[in-house]
Design a protein around this ligand. Structure first.
Ligand SMILES: [Zn+2]
Length: 271
C-alpha cells in the first residue's frame, strides 16, 4: 500500500506534517478529539524559533469539523500560523457540526489553505472506478465552486490508498495527495506528502522529541505504521475497523462514516 517512491534525502530543512481532526473545549475520551487548550499549547510551541536540525512543523486538519473555524482559526491567527484544511465536500452544509459554505469562505479569506477530503469520506480503496472518479472530481468541483478558487490538494479518507487511487487523483486534477504515513518531507514537497496523526494526549514534550530526528521518535512511529499496514492486510478492513473503534473509544455520533485518518498514533496503539 505504501509503495510510493520517496525522494532522495536532502540537506534542505525538512517538514513534518501533523494531522488534527476536531478540537473541543470539554474533555473527551475519543482519541481523535484534541482539547482546545492542548492545541493552543501546540501552536505556541510551533511559533517558537526552531532548534538547528529539527523538523519544521506543518499543521493540517481533516474532515472539516466546525471547530476548525471556531476553535482552531483564532489560535492560529493569535500565533501567526496557517494550516491546511481538508474538507469532506459532501458534508458541507449537510451535516451538523461540520463547516458550511460560508465557513469555508471565511477560512479561505483568512489565508488558510483548503483541500479536498473526498465527497462522502468513503475509503477510496473500496470504490469502483466510477465511484472513485465521483469522490474525487465532484469533491474538487464543489469546493472550487464554493471558494471560486482552484483546489489541487487532497487528503485520503482513512489514509487508504493504492496505485489505482493515486492514479485517479492525478486524473481528477489533484497535484498533491496527503497520506497518513508518518515521515519527514523534503522541500519542495513531492506529489505524495506523509503526515503524522496526532492523538489527544500528544503534549509539547512529545512534540519536541518528535521534531528532533536525533531522538528516534519519528523513526519508531514510522516502524509502527508499517506494522499497522501489515495488520490491515492480514485482518482485512472489517476486523481492523472493529479493533480500531475499541482502542480509540470511538464515539459513534462523532465518526459515522469510516475511521479518521488514524494510521498512526504516538502511543503505539492501533491504529
Ligand atoms: Zn477523515
Amino acid at each position: 500500500m505504501h509503495d510510493v517512491k520517496r525522494p532522495a534525502p536532502s540537506s534542505q530543512p525538512r517538514s513534518l506534517f501533523l494531522l488534527y481532526h476536531e478540537l473541543r473545549s470539554a474533555p473527551s475520551a475519543y482519541s481523535y478529539v484534541t482539547s482546545t487548550s492542548t492545541f493552543a499549547e501546540h501552536a505556541a510551541f510551533f511559533r517558537l524559533p526552531r532548534a538547528a536540525n529539527t523538523l519544521i512543523p506543518r499543521i493540517t486538519f481533516d474532515d472539516g469539523h466546525l471547530s476548525n473555524l471556531t476553535e482552531a482559526l483564532p489560535i492560529l491567527q493569535a500565533n501567526q500560523l496557517s494550516a491546511h484544511f481538508f474538507i469532506t465536500a459532501g458534508w458541507t452544509g449537510t451535516r451538523p457540526g461540520f463547516l458550511q459554505a460560508h465557513h469555508l469562505r471565511e477560512l479561505h479569506a483568512a489565508g488558510q489553505s483548503i483541500g479536498a477530503h473526498g465527497l462522502t469520506h468513503t475509503l477510496l480503496t473500496h470504490c469502483s472506478p466510477a465511484q472513485l472518479d465521483r469522490e474525487l472530481r465532484v469533491a474538487r468541483l464543489l469546493l472550487e465552486d464554493t471558494l471560486s478558487a482552484s483546489i489541487t490538494t487532497l487528503s485520503l479518507p482513512g489514509g487508504r490508498f493504492n496505485r489505482a487511487v493515486l492514479d485517479a487523483c492525478w486524473a481528477a486534477g489533484y497535484t498533491q495527495v496527503f497520506t497518513s504515513v508518518p515521515c519527514p518531507e523534503p522541500e519542495p514537497l513531492g506529489r505524495c506528502v506523509g503526515r503524522l496523526n496526532l492523538q489527544a494526549d500528544a503534549d509539547v514534550p512529545f512534540l519536541t522529541r518528535l521534531l528532533d530526528p536525533a531522538t528516534g521518535t519519528l523513526l519508531r512511529l514510522e516502524r509502527i505504521d508499517r506494522l499497522k499496514t501489515a495488520a490491515k492486510r492480514l485482518l482485512g478492513d472489517t476486523a481492523y475497523r472493529r479493533l480500531w473503534s475499541l482502542v480509540n473509544r470511538e464515539e459513534r455520533e462523532a465518526a459515522p462514516a469510516g475511521e479518521p485518518e488514524g494510521a498512526s498514533s504516538h502511543n503505539g496503539l492501533l491504529p
